[in-house]
Ligand binder design. Structure first.
Ligand code: PEP
Ligand code: MN
Length: 289
């Protein structure tokens, strides 16, 4: 190995027994900062990604986007290819929705993130969005992970409902291995025996990941709890636990939403939450705005 180093062609040799070595702190000690426009995951300011579960139309999206911007969110979300449990449920607006996301970015200056469901759609989604989301149901879709890796687009990889932290890091490794270093992990709850919440938010994952990996961490209390009144307490707890970002679903009229109606904050609730998060962030040496 020393001979290899002496060639001058090799900068550093890391011996690792980890199967997620590129993601590990062994490989890189300092936390990565992943930049998406002006949003910087892993920096002092906590990146709040806000927006509706699904893009439903121009007015709905622009209203949500303007409220996200006004209240200090750093990114806009909105699904256009929706992974729905039932094929009879709203599947998303597809490319028309992507165009609306691009328009909302134009209007607010907020970078946008949206989910990509298939490797064949990576180019299309990349054309309109600043960050690609790989959803919980696709965490071990290896063809998709590789395609997102090849695209070199910043990616947010959600934890699967039944994925251990170790399996999740190995999934991230697929993206990193293709040369894409811009990977952010998102804890969104796992399936347990508990039925009082939609999923069980594993907040211990935040400090566990912090120790294991240099990749920035986001928490999504919306999908983790499935219920509007649990978003604020769990978002605060996530900030206290050291998250680098939050993903929060909000909608101008949640009761009329075409997906995840029970868990989306209305715009006033979102504004209050952003206020309240400020002091929690300050207590742990971070800021929201
Ligand atoms: C989403 O964020 O739109 C989503 C479908 O989340 P998850 O993959 O975590 O269920
Ligand atoms: Mn949703």
């Amino acid at each position: 190995m020393n001979q290899l180093k002496e060639t001058g062609l090799v900068e550093r040799i890391v011996v690792s027994s980890s199967k997620a070595q590129l993601a590990s702190r062994e490989f890189q000690n300092e936390t990565s900062v992943v930049e998406v426009g002006k949003a910087r995951f892993g920096a002092e300011k906590i990146v709040v990604i806000a927006g509706p579960c699904s893009v439903e139309g121009r007015e709905q999206l622009l209203e949500a986007a303007l409220a996200a911007k006004k209240n200090g969110a750093s990114m806009l979300r909105g699904g256009v290819f929706k992974p729905r449990t039932s094929p009879y449920d709203f599947q998303g607006l597809g490319e028309a929705g992507l165009k609306l996301l691009a328009e909302a970015r134009e209007e607010t200056g907020l970078p946008v993130v949206t989910e990509v469901l298939e490797p064949e759609k990576v180019d299309l989604v990349s054309k309109y969005s600043d960050m690609l989301q790989i959803g919980a149901r696709n965490v071990q879709n290896f063809a998709l992970l590789r395609a997102v890796g090849k695209s070199r687009r910043p990616a947010i990889l959600k934890r699967g409902m039944m994925t251990t932290i170790d399996e999740w890091l190995q999934a991230a490794e697929y993206i990193l291995l293709e040369g894409n270093q811009n990977v952010v992990l998102c804890e969104r709850g796992i399936r347990t025996f508990e039925t009082a919440t939609r999923n069980t938010l594993d907040l211990a994952a935040v400090p566990v990941l912090r120790k294991a990996t240099h990749l920035p961490i986001v928490v999504d209390p919306s999908h983790a709890t499935g219920s509007r009144e649990l978003i604020a307490p769990m978002a605060k707890a996530a900030v206290a636990a050291g998250t680098d970002g939050l993903m929060i679903e909000m909608h101008p009229t949640p009761e009329l939403a075409l997906s995840d109606s029970q868990q989306q904050l209305d715009l006033a609730e979102f504004a209050v939450l952003m206020q309240e998060l400020e002091s929690v962030a300050k207590a742990v040496g971070r800021r929201i705005r």
